[in-house]
Design a protein around this ligand. Sequence first.
Ligand code: GLN
Length: 196
Amino acid sequence: TARIGVLALQGGVSEHLEALSRVGAETLPVRTPADLSGLDGIVLPGGESSVLDKLMRLFEVRDPLITLLRAGLPAYGTCAGLILLADTVLDAAPGQQSLGGLPVTVRRNAFGSQAHSFDTTLEFGGIDHPVAATFIRAPLIVAVSTETAVLASLDDESIVAARHGNLLGTSFHPELTGDDSVHRYFLEMVLAAKNG
Ligand code: GLN
């Protein structure tokens, strides 16, 4: 199987650990640079992306994580985690920077305050049934590079899941729905990268 860490500095960590265990991964909360060694993949959870950015610097995991991502470590970012993976962030907090690697542009808090949290189901490329999705003060993917696969959208203009190589991001939280199919999809990405 695969050893998948969940960045555990802030945000919705335990639900990801549980979903990853259910699909058969070995899991580990990641809080220190040492926790990054020996991982086959990592999940960057939802939470508050500007706070996660600060905490990754404080705990000195930001630079080693960037090195691992650039070397091909598979990563899956949900919501704030998607913002961390995006190359370009619109409406970032002052001083906020992403890790980058996923060649997309995201807009933070892209849904108005009226609709900032909702549940829906979505067609998702590579998954054979509509996926349950919870959106909480979610970002939208407003532009993607030509090599990036769009996996799910709310409508023609609202991209909510994208993949480029070993990096996967969703605007929504599948870990809050009981539908483990996106975690299974990520585990398969991780196993394919691991087994060459
Ligand atoms: N609005 C948050 C941010 O900008 C993301 C919310 C979430 O992760 N549910 O980081």
